[in-house]
Design a binder for this molecule. Structure first.
Ligand code: GTP
Ligand code: MG
Length: 178
C-alpha cells in the first residue's frame, strides 16, 4: 500500500534573495533574471515519488521577504513541518537577517510535539562566487549548527546548484522524524 504525505514547507529570507527563483527552478525547471517581488505569499506544489511506499506532496510556501516587517507570518507558518531559510551570498545584510528569520520561525511555530521545525540554510546565488562577499564568508558549518539548522548549502537557482540536494535533505529529515 502506498502512503501519501502532505508536507508544508516554508521558504523564508530577506527581499530578493531568490526564494521564488529557487522554487521555480525546483518545481518548473525555469529561471528568470527578472525580479518581481512576491506580495504576501505564493504557493507551489511538487509531487515526489519518494520510495515504493511513499508519495510526498510537497507544498512550498513562498513568503515575501517584506513580510518580516508585517504581522502575517504567524498565520503563514501554521502547521509547517520544515523550512528553507535563504540568504543572498552577495549581500551581507541578508545573511545577518538569517538569524531574525530563524528566531521568527522558532517563536511562532513548532512541530506538534513541541520540537523546532527542521530548517536548512541556503546561501543562494553562488554562481556569483567571484564578485560577492562569498570569499569572505566563513565556512558556515559551525554557524549552521549553532543556530539549529540541519545543514547548509551553497545554491544557485540560475545554475541549478544544490537545490535538489538541499530539499531532499530536509524532506528526509522530516520523514525520518515521524
Ligand atoms: P521577494 O519575493 O521580494 O522576497 O524576493 P525573492 O527572495 O523571491 O527573490 P527572487 O527569486 O524574486 O529573485 C530576486 C532576483 O535575484 C531576481 O532578479 C532573480 O533573477 C535573481 N536571482 C535569484 N536567484 C539567483 C541565483 O541563484 N543567481 C543569480 N545570479 N541571480 C539569482
Ligand atoms: Mg519572491
Amino acid at each position: 500500500m502506498q502512503r501519501e504525505r502532505l508536507l508544508k514547507v516554508l521558504v523564508v529570507g530577506d527581499l530578493g534573495v531568490g526564494k521564488t527563483s529557487i522554487i521555480k527552478r525546483y518545481v518548473h525547471q525555469v529561471f528568470s533574471q527578472h525580479y518581481r517581488a512576491t506580495i504576501g505569499v505564493d504557493f507551489a506544489l511538487k509531487v515526489l515519488n519518494w520510495d515504493k511506499q511513499t508519495v510526498v506532496r510537497l507544498q512550498l510556501w513562498d513568503i515575501a521577504g517584506q513580510e518580516r516587517y508585517g504581522n502575517m507570518t504567524r498565520v503563514y507558518y501554521r502547521e509547517a513541518v520544515g523550512a528553507l531559510v535563504v540568504f543572498d551570498m552577495t549581500r551581507l545584510s541578508t545573511f545577518q537577517a538569517v538569524l531574525k528569520w530563524k528566531r521568527d520561525l522558532d517563536s511562532k511555530v513548532t512541530l506538534s510535539d513541541g520540537r523546532p521545525v527542521p530548517a536548512v540554510l541556503l546561501a543562494n546565488k553562488c554562481d556569483h562566487l567571484s564578485h560577492g562577499l562569498c570569499p569572505k564568508l566563513p565556512k558556515l558549518d559551525n554557524f549552521a549548527q549553532d543556530q539549529g539548522f540541519l545543514g547548509w548549502y551553497e545554491t544557485s537557482a540560475k545554475d541549478n546548484t544544490n537545490i535538489d540536494a538541499a530539499i531532499t535533505h530536509l524532506v528526509k529529515n522530516i520523514l525520518s522524524a515521524e
